[in-house]
Design a protein around this ligand. Structure first.
Ligand code: ADP
Length: 632
């Protein structure tokens, strides 16, 4: 019988994660009772160490990708966005306020400051933030340079002084973005986010009043008006995104356009680091994007949070964060196989799956960290006799007949193959030891990771591992990630936050939720992996994996069309993605979202195109992007 899934929380972890997982029948990891590797999800607020990525086992997932500091530290974000702006132009990269990293950029800042003063336009304000602090700590706003005093590395950013206000209160949006995978880039935004209000009315003549200018809950909950019933805003300082959307509707504001712009911001920001993040399919990451909307309804990116707060301060938090974590777990797509963990593998005589299982299908980038090492666990479990326990290796490897490249591939096949149940010996091609074809290869890999439909545990528990394996191989839509890291280089500074683990995982439709899963009614959207997908005329896309359009309230925002899917399939082609975003933006500018409800409804019933297209984030049951444009 399969064991329960096990989660491990670092430093007692966020309570909401514990609650949601326990409700779903997971067990909490107990160091005394369980073996060191006996867990499925390890959740940390801080970064994982390099070795934790290296030693990942097939059934283990981490809640951070390695090397994402490029967007999550204020100075790195500013630097990266500056680089992207210089490379791809300001037309798209115009969403972050001009920023200077001090002390290095002091002269540049001074010159900009003086130019603006001399230009004699309206007053310009600046905000100064320590680069590695969060929750509003150390932040101040100034107009006159004589008020700029700092004793650590800071960024000085143009202060967006004309924010959209609700009854005079400033607010920003906390958008939750889940990067399911960086290779291929697969991004979901959660429809429910938070709106965080300042608790005193906005006033540019009192720049020191942080309760009026900062929207951090950690600051405002100590403000004198936090508990007061504030005009329209109410008590506390948070709304759910749904409530905000009702507000937008009541004001007759075109929310679709706003959401699409926010989608673009998230994608464009992630593009800044995606090519340099090592492939680590066993990782997932929940980023918190802080967006400020100005009076012209232009969204601005303030910062990206590495570990967005999951504390439950109020009802809005409870509603949003519980749903968010539930959907995140669904997005991670745990299957029956995950719960077998080491015991199941040992019982069936399978050795640990090499984390480089997908190297065979390899494409040159992204960078690689150091080579996968045999861990203590492997040594202990295999007793150094893996070939005895894994007879297939001999069949697969004939090193004397291979050139270097082939032998590398064969080693990978062997590494991969030896860990899987021996499903079908036809998979092995006698002439070279390569798997007979991609479909079979994919089938094999997916025995461990694959996108089988979410399985009802009560049924599955009665099946044996091999029976399940056989059933999985019958699934025609099996898929494997095809990207591996190959670059061993990393700077010392990066070591802390880097790692690798190349076990494949995938996502799929979560309509078939197991017992204990949050029962979210999902619209009948075909989720790619289970339905034929209408693609452009190209064979290159054949056999490709299509991430589901939505999982709970997570909506896929990247890839958002066939071209971006193709561009992110192997080595991420940032240029092509940018071109597609340009097209989308131009189309938006030309037509706007003249979406009519009735038209949308009719389209939904009749449209055969719904298999693959971006979904707009916004409405509860979001229409496809193609349905939102009227033909010109
Ligand atoms: P922290 O990581 O400390 O929360 P943020 O960059 O998120 O730092 O800034 C904190 C708050 O300050 C934001 O939530 C927002 O209300 C305000 N803020 C930050 N940058 C700007 C800006 N450029 N213009 C206007 N308000 C800003």
């Amino acid at each position: 019988m399969a064991a329960s899934l096990v989660f491990r929380l670092h430093d007692r972890g966020p309570e909401v994660v514990r609650e949601v997982l326990l409700e779903r029948g997971w067990e909490e990891y107990d160091q005394e009772e369980q073996e060191e590797e006996d867990w499925n999800l390890y959740w940390r607020g801080s970064a994982f160490h390099n070795s934790e990525y290296h030693n990942l086992l097939p059934w283990q997932r981490l809640n951070h990708h390695p090397k994402t500091v490029g967007i999550t530290r204020k100075d790195c974000l500013a630097r990266n966005l500056r680089r992207m702006r210089a490379t791809f132009g300001t037309a798209l990269y115009d969403f972050s306020p001009t920023a200077f990293i001090l002390p290095n950029d002091y002269t540049r800042f001074l010159s900009e400051y003086n130019n603006l003063r001399l230009a004699g336009g309206p007053s310009v304000y600046w905000i100064c933030k320590p680069v590695d602090l969060s929750r509003g700590r150390g932040i101040f706003i100034f107009e006159d340079i004589k008020d700029l005093v700092y004793d650590c590395s800071v960024i000085v950013q143009r202060y967006i002084s004309n924010p959209l206000l609700i009854s005079g209160y400033k607010f920003d949006l906390r958008i939750y973005a889940c990067v399911k995978s960086f290779h291929p880039l697969t991004v979901y935004l959660h429809q429910e986010g938070l709106v965080r209000f300042a608790t005193e009315k906005y006033n540019l003549s009192s720049l020191r009043n942080l309760y009026a200018h900062l929207t951090n809950t950690s600051i405002n909950k100590f403000g004198p008006f936090y508990k007061a019933a504030k005009e329209r805003v109410g008590r506390g300082c948070k709304w759910t995104m749904s409530k905000f959307r009702h507000f937008l509707h009541s004001q007759d504001i075109n929310e679709l356009l706003l959401w699409q712009r926010i989608n673009n911001i998230v994608t464009l920001t992630l593009l800044a680091i995606a090519p340099s993040v090592p492939s680590c399919p066993n990782c997932v990451e929940l980023f918190g994007f802080d967006i400020l909307v100005d009076v012209a309804l232009k969204p601005w990116l303030l910062e990206v949070n590495y570990s967005p707060a999951l504390t439950l301060d109020c009802q809005a938090d409870i509603t949003v964060k519980r749903g968010l974590i539930g959907d995140l777990i669904d997005l991670m797509n745990y299957t029956f196989i995950d719960s077998l963990r080491e015991r199941g593998y040992r019982r069936h005589g399978y050795k640990k799956l090499c984390l480089r299982a997908n190297r065979l299908l390899h494409v040159p980038t992204p960078p690689v960290l150091s080579k996968f090492k045999e861990t203590k666990f492997q040594e202990r479990k295999s007793g150094g006799q893996s070939s005895r326990r894994l007879p297939m290796i001999k069949t697969l490897c004939q090193p004397e007949k291979m050139n270097k490249r082939q032998s590398r591939q064969h080693a990978s096949v062997a590494d991969t193959q030896r860990h899987f149940p021996p499903v079908d010996s036809n998979q092995i091609n006698a002439t070279g030891g390569r798997l007979a074809n991609k479909t079979q290869r994919d089938k094999s890999l997916n025995l461990i990771f694959g996108p089988c439909p979410r399985t009802n545990m009560s049924v599955v528990k009665r099946q044996t591992c091999l029976a399940l394996a056989q059933r999985l191989t019958d699934n025609r839509s099996l898929h494997v990630s095809e990207v591996t890291n190959n670059d061993d280089t990393e700077t010392e500074a990066e070591v802390e936050r880097s790692g690798e683990a190349d076990a494949s995982s995938s996502i799929h439709d979560t309509r078939h939720r197991g017992l204990g899963f949050r029962q979210t009614k999902l619209p009948d959207i075909n989720s790619g992996s289970h339905t034929p997908v209408r693609m452009e005329r190209t064979t290159a896309l054949k056999g490709q994996h299509f991430p589901p359009l939505r999982v709970g309230d997570f909506i896929r925002t990247f890839p958002f069309n066939a071209a971006t899917l193709r561009a992110s399939r192997h080595e991420l082609d940032v240029k092509v993605v940018i071109q597609e975003l340009h097209k989308l933006t131009a189309q938006l500018a030309k037509t706007g979202y003249r979406l009519r409800r009735e038209e949308e409804r009719v389209n939904k019933e009749t449209d055969g195109e719904k298999d693959f297209d971006a979904l707009l984030w916004g409405p509860k049951d979001p229409p496809l992007l193609s349905q939102c444009f009227k033909p010109t």
